[in-house]
Ligand binder design. Structure first.
Ligand code: SF4
Length: 231
């Protein structure tokens, strides 16, 4: 039996040149039927993958991390977009009450220990929700830079296959897809937010080339941890 790394290399050889929609179709229908999920933040670019998945199979599980720290606009977008696209299995993942009560009772862990905050509000709920899935679709892009600058469309991650259909997409590709399908934008995009996460850790973009420069602005932190290999 092939290791996850060997499996990813084989899939990359066979599907690495496919378009995003063709790659998704092959993964959902052929390679991982019933064993694949999409994680979505319902953020600035999320409608693209959500729309593609809805075109292929509206029953595909969508994992949404409702951290308890999101913008109200994101929660409304999650409801409106899921309804508009006809997605039938959006799962709202929330942190365990015991973890929040014991580690973040006053709700400001994000200020002093953001990695610990992300761990209980994002990493643990998503890790648990991915249990039972062999493949995980997500929206990371090379153009986002940092640790994402070299990602491939398919990779092995923590014992499963991670699928990055938009790995090679740029801002123009995203904008063109929104226009082509007349998809609704997250309301905060018009207000200057180019990447949207939790409210305490998201600021407007400073108009640099880095669309994620408003995330954990002023800190070294650039990733919440869900895309970092467990140690
Ligand atoms: Fe906490 Fe900020 Fe991470 Fe959200 S992004 S889980 S508020 S540290």
């Amino acid at each position: 039996m092939a290791s996850p790394s060997e499996h990813a290399a084989d899939l990359l050889r066979r599907y690495g040149g496919h378009s995003a929609i063709d790659l998704l179709d092959a993964m959902i229908h052929t390679e991982f039927p019933g064993r694949i999920a999409l994680s979505s933040s319902f953020g600035a670019d999320s409608a693209v993958l959500l729309h593609m998945v809805s075109r292929i199979d509206r029953k595909t599980p969508v994992l949404f991390l409702d951290t308890g720290k999101l913008f109200g606009e994101t929660l409304r977008y999650r409801i409106e977009l899921a309804r508009q696209l006809g997605l039938t299995d959006v799962r709202d993942l929330r942190p365990a009450a015991e973890s929040v009560n014991s580690s973040d009772a006053d709700g400001v862990l994000w200020r002093d220990a953001p990695d610990a905050c992300c761990h209980i509000r994002k990493v643990v709920p998503l890790t648990e929700a991915l249990d039972g899935f062999d493949a995980w679709i997500n929206g990371r892009k090379r153009a986002q830079g940092g640790l994402r600058a070299d990602i491939a469309p398919l990779e092995a991650f923590d014992g499963r296959i991670k699928i990055n259909p938009l790995a090679h997409w740029g801002l123009r590709d995203i904008a063109a897809y929104f226009d082509r399908y007349d998809l609704p934008r997250h309301r905060l995009v018009a207000d200057g937010y180019t990447s949207i996460g939790c409210m305490p850790c998201t600021a407007r973009s400073t108009e640099s080339d880095d669309a994620r420069d408003g995330r954990w602005a002023g800190r070294d932190k650039t990733e919440c941890g869900i895309h970092l290999q467990p140690v």
